[in-house]
Design a protein around this ligand. Structure first.
Ligand code: HAM
Length: 423
């Protein structure tokens, strides 16, 4: 029996969960500030959705999907990314009829059968946005500013914005043609994958990280020279607005992204402290997907960021804040009788909103005190046999060890605890 976790997945233990929760809180606050509302779609969809949406020639669809047949004989896939699902839900629920400009965000698990390495998992968490309904370059810039702000609010400081345009169906054929003419005589110097891409998806060659391929690409024609007037104007306006809003960016003519649906603006958020897997987020405009899924002609743009990768980068930057959760009160007991009294008090205090713990292992007083310290308790309530006989308890302030006898009455204990907790 295999009892280990699956390669490329991880257990997020309570301490790390706290870090995720803090990041998720920042995420939701920032999204709400920019008017994005959360959408939750199923974790699996019909495989066709991704074939059509993400793209047949992408590595994601070709090599990385978790696909299976359900009992009804339909092909189902765990979602490798969120965009096709959100656009499907947008159409299926007629969101465009309710409001012609929709700003949606999501957060959840994605699944890709990739080669696991630092920052690359088979199950990972992504948050993303999809802004559907406007072709304005202002929206491109809004998504970028939001992306940078959310990363910064979560705690990531050293991020570079890389920018490119991948044009549209009008200008793409002439660029592809020029790239084909440039690469054809050099095919032997390209890696196997790129030779295959030459036939299936030539633009992806620009993205290859292999040294030989990079050498070949050095003098390759860039897309910018081939953009049609509309794409050129759009791209100029995006850059102008980024400058006007003081957003630094680097133009990267090799940035093409690993998904088929992009048109015009594409961008990536690159961490300056991560190694090979340094993209903490990426996105771009995809003006044809709504139509491709059978809807009206509605433009869209969005991005997604990998939460696991972001937290890794924050840790590398040395900025992970350890969230210190302090306990208000720890109840120390001595024997069976005081222990039962302690249990009753524990429940009464919790009901009144005071975070309280007690021992359940019949440990010595010394061990209970150590436990109280380990949990960061601000106060302990000691119920001794003699104290109980007088209907009293001892309240100990953990910071300086000062002690005080008080009446065993919930109201009195709460009053005293409140005086000490606030300090
Ligand atoms: P993507 O570039 O495939 O874009 O993924 C976005 C981010 O998800 C990456 O930059 C990375 O941080 C994270 N990520 C991807 N794969 C993994 C992995 N195996 N392990 C850990 N993190 C990973 C998209 O998914 C598009 N849907 C973005 C988009 C939204 N475009 C338009 N709208």
């Amino acid at each position: 029996m295999e009892t280990r976790r699956i390669k490329g997945t991880k257990d997020i233990l309570p301490e790390e969960t706290e870090i995720f929760l803090a990041a998720e809180k920042e995420l939701r606050e920032t999204m709400s500030k920019y008017g994005y509302r959360e959408i939750r779609t199923p974790v699996f969809e019909y495989t066709e959705l991704f074939i059509k949406g993400t793209g047949e020639t992408t590595d994601i669809v070709n090599k990385e999907m978790y696909t299976f047949e359900d009992r009804g004989g339909r092909s189902i896939s765990l979602r490798p990314e969120g965009t096709p699902s959100v656009i499907r839900a947008y159409l299926e629920n007629n969101l465009y009829k309710k409001r012609n400009f929709q700003k949606l965000f999501y957060y959840g698990r994605m699944f890709r059968y990739e080669k696991p390495q630092a920052g690359r998992f088979r199950e990972f968490r992504q948050f993303g946005i999809e802004s559907v309904g406007s072709s304005s370059p202002q929206v491109d810039v809004e998504t970028i500013i939001l992306g940078l702000e959310v990363l910064s609010n979560i705690g990531l400081k050293r991020v570079e914005l890389q920018l490119n345009s991948v044009g549209c169906e009008n200008c793409r054929p002439s660029y592809k043609e020029s790239l084909r003419n440039f690469l054809e005589p050099k095919l032997n110097n390209l890696c196997d994958d790129c030779r295959r891409r030459f036939e299936t998806n030539i633009l992806r060659i620009l993205d290859c990280k292999k040294t030989n391929c990079r050498k070949v690409l050095k003098n390759a024609p860039t897309y910018i020279q081939y953009l049609c007037n509309e794409c050129k104007n759009h791209f100029s306006e995006v850059q102008y607005l980024l400058q006007k809003t003081n957003v630094n960016f680097t133009l990267n003519p090799y940035l093409v992204r690993g998904l088929d649906y992009y048109t015009k603006t594409v961008y990536e958020f690159i961490s300056q402290v991560l190694g090979a897997q340094d993209a903490v987020g990426g996105g771009g405009r995809y003006d044809k997907m709504v139509e491709l899924f059978g809807g009206p002609q509605i433009p869209a743009i969005g991005f997604a960021c990998g939460m696991d990768r972001i937290l890794l980068a924050i840790e590398k930057e040395g900025e992970i804040k350890i969230i210190e959760k302090k306990l208000d009160c720890y109840i120390v007991t001595m024997d069976e009788e005081t222990d039962e009294e302690g249990f009753l008090l524990l429940n009464k205090l919790r009901k009144k909103g005071i975070s309280t713990e007690k021992d359940f292992l019949n440990r010595s007083i010394k061990a209970q005190m150590k436990d109280a310290d380990r949990l960061g308790a601000k106060c302990s309530i000691i119920i001794g046999t003699e104290e109980l006989s007088r209907n009293e308890v001892t309240l100990r302030r953990m910071s300086d060890g000062s002690q005080k006898r008080i009446r065993l009455s919930v109201d009195e204990i709460i009053k005293e605890l409140n005086n000490n907790i606030k300090q």
